[in-house]
Design a protein around this ligand. Structure first.
Ligand SMILES: [Zn+2]
Ligand SMILES: [Zn+2]
Ligand SMILES: [Zn+2]
Length: 483
């Protein structure tokens, strides 16, 4: 018998501590007695009741017929209400056992066990590696029959795609982890709940990955602008939180950012629509009237990598995007002479116009021509563009607020469902994967329309969306027109 259970008190210092740490009598009564071998007689086992206590209670209430208020339909049975709170309505989304609670099918284990390992081995040969491993993981009996072999086959290099699909099934079970695609493994989230999008030159790992610095196995990412990328992990986090619950990731709103770089200012906003993450990037810079072609290029292209400063999909070199921007720049009006009395009048008109259109994109906009005014949709990925010239306030000089025209390039993209970088939309936006026909896939409903109608209560008039690359010429960097 241990000291804790001995009824007599011990003398001395050790005895003092032994007595002080001894559990109270009141606690001992709640503790389950460990059966001593052979000591438990048949008489001591209480008879098993025919029904569980809760079920017995429910029967009693049902028989009495008073559990529902006849007038208001409220449940008057408080025992059931309390049990429902605890059992039937999970507070925790991860409680996957609730899925099986209402499964009334007879147990299949004996039927599974009745087939030999050899027979199960034959059955598995008809399945692909992903389904074979899922079958082996389905129950303990199946695992005993199939063994470790399905998992070894799944782990082979050539079965990478199957392994990713298998691991995606387990996403619900790993709220504290994130699936790493270069490794095909779940890594522990090191900044759980505090993940923040940062510029590309800031080291910001979300987990410790052995391939973090391996240029041959880069993490999937999408270029938003120069020095700003969207790592796929953030799309994963946003979509996991949307599908499974907040502790699995981040809200789409927490991805929104504003920043300035190279005289351009950028704003990103995100929206989840029908299980897809939609992104809007607005890029804006002041544009002077009458720019020469060289000055237009200086305004539009980054000197570092000869990409446009504004956000563009992987197919920006093909088609009309850059020509549309250059065309829009030719519509910047020459400023009116603001000296003298007539100038003051013009200035007042500008102030009134700008203040009445603040925050909206309506009237005081320079309407371009038929080439640069319509929205453009990239035929090869779910991306749309709109190029506008707007009158804006230049507050760079504190004393002297000026009105200047700015070119605003807005891009809307569908970044896909966030399950894997192989998802069609993500792959198309990054310019890889099988061909994507955006006009056939999206039809008449524009991403820009879906996006804007989610944030404004007014109905936005339908606008013509035309192809960014009407001729369908795909030369990429080899083409001559993009610069
Ligand atoms: Zn990794
Ligand atoms: Zn034009
Ligand atoms: Zn594209």
């Amino acid at each position: 018998m241990s000291a804790a259970e001995s009824p007599e008190r011990k003398p001395g210092v050790r005895g003092f501590f032994a007595n002080a740490l001894r559990p109270k009598k009141s606690r001992q009564t709640l503790r389950k007695k460990t059966p001593v071998d052979g000591a438990l007689g048949v008489e001591e086992v209480p008879a098993v009741p025919k029904l569980a206590p809760l079920e017995a209670h429910r029967e009693k209430v049902r028989a009495a017929g008073v559990h529902i208020d006849t007038q208001r339909g409220e449940n008057l049975d408080y025992t059931t209400i309390l049990h429902k709170l605890g059992l039937n309505e999970p507070f925790d989304q991860d409680d996957s056992h609730h899925d099986f609670e209402h499964d009334n099918r007879p147990p299949g284990e004996p039927a599974v066990a009745s087939l030999s390992s050899e027979l199960w081995g034959c059955i598995v040969q008809y399945l692909n590696p992903r389904d074979a491993a899922s079958l082996a993981l389905a129950s303990r009996t199946l695992y005993m029959r199939l063994g470790w072999l399905p998992f070894q086959i799944l782990d082979l290099e050539e079965n990478y795609q199957y392994k990713i699909e298998f691991l995606l099934f387990l996403d619900r079970r790993f709220p504290h982890h994130l699936l790493c695609f270069p490794c095909a493994k779940y890594h522990r989230r090191t900044q759980e709940g505090n993940e923040r999008l940062r510029p590309a030159d800031v080291l910001n790992p979300l987990f410790n990955c052995p391939h973090a610095r391996n240029p041959l196995r880069p993490q999937p990412r999408h270029r938003i602008t120069h020095n700003y990328v969207m790592p796929f992990s953030f799309v994963q986090l946003a979509m996991r939180a949307h599908r499974l619950g907040p502790r699995y990731g981040l809200s789409a709103d927490s991805l929104c950012r504003r920043w300035k770089r190279n005289n351009w200012s950028f704003t990103t906003r995100y929206l989840i629509h029908k299980g897809h993450l939609l992104m809007r990037v607005t890029a804006q810079t002041y544009a002077d009237p009458g720019l020469a072609p060289a000055a237009q290029r200086l305004l539009l292209y980054s000197r570092d990598d000869y990409w446009p400063y504004f956000s563009a999909c992987a197919h920006w070199r093909d088609g009309e995007l850059m020509n549309v921007c250059k065309c829009a720049l030719t519509h910047v009006p020459i400023p009116r002479d603001t000296a003298g009395l007539q100038g003051l009048e013009h200035r007042m008109k500008d102030i009134l116009a700008a203040s009445s259109t603040q925050g909206s994109s309506s009237s005081h906009m320079i309407t371009g021509c038929g080439k640069c005014r319509p929205k453009r949709r990239c035929p090869d990925c779910p991306t749309e563009y709109l190029v506008e010239i707007k009158l804006t306030e230049d507050r760079s000089q504190i004393k002297n607020v000026r009105f200047r025209h700015a070119i605003v390039v807005t891009r809307w993209s569908d970044l896909g469902d966030g399950t894997a970088p192989m998802s069609p939309e993500w792959a198309a936006c990054n310019g890889y994967g099988p061909g994507y026909d955006s006009f056939a896939t999206m039809g008449n409903r524009a991403i820009s329309g879906i996006f804007e109608s989610a944030f404004t209560s007014d109905t936005i008039p339908g606008q013509r969306v035309i192809s960014l690359n009407p001729k369908g010429v795909k030369k990429g960097e080899a083409g001559n027109d993009w610069y």
